[in-house]
Design a protein. Sequence first.
Length: 324
Amino acid sequence: MTPFDDLGLLRAFVAIVESGSISAAARKLRLTQPTLSRQLRALEDQCGAALLRRDTHRMSLTDLGHQLLADAQALLSLAEESGQRLRNDQTALSGTIRVFSTIDFGQSVVSRLISSFIQAHPGVRMELGYSNRPVRMIEEGCDAGIFAGTVSDDRVVARPLGEIRRYVVASPALLKDHKIAGKPEDLGALPWVGLAGNQFGGTTDITLHSGAATQALRVEHLFVTEGVTSIREAVRMGLGIAVLPEWLIDEDLTSGRIVRVLPEWHAKPLSAQIIYPAQRRVPLRVRAFIDFATEYMTTALKPRHGARAAPPFLTGSDKRTSRS
């Protein structure tokens, strides 16, 4: 008999660890403390070693206890989800999904994505947090993250969602005061507003592209910020020119409030991707959200004509990121 043959013993062990004591776990499981102590001893007998170190002041996991805890939590979660599928219609998703995103992208595109997903699956509840540190959010228990930029960590799996195109833009008023001869190198002397952090394209070295041609610029920023919405506001006021993502400035370009500078040139696109833990089992509701996000973003990011849609959720089609 192995420790995984009795889910009741595993459930008792997990409850003790998560509750912090046998007495608290007994109250949670509505069992007597002696009964729960016997279940813990039975599990330790099956393992052939102690799972917990206990004294009068504290309780801690042994190395074997740490290993068993992760496996037990995954097995109990799978059993719970399987039972839920038996009780409910196969298409009825339920439960809570914790998602994070970068601030500006999350407050606009990702918020609309989540609203659409909940409308399609009313039994699901979602929590959205913001962070520019994706791996930390995964470590804190988030199920998935929608991220603009690069991720380099082998603890997460990343699925591409498309490209975020970026343009050099300015207000019409600023362009009246600063004449541009029509060459990218002329832009280096203009006032710039920039994004902090190389991860999201923020740098004093900007490279513009036009077909096969490239032009590197060294610029000096008057104003540097961590959010592209802040940059857009500064550009609207005529403070300077900037590189901004297409999804953020669509309405401004249509209204003429801001305009593209040298429209035949553009900055390098950023990748958009959804990430989730590489080692953690992905629940059904999270897999459904990942598939939904992949399809949704093909429209939200306005792919060029002929761009192929992303594949359905298959582990083999996903890309595990590697450390840089």
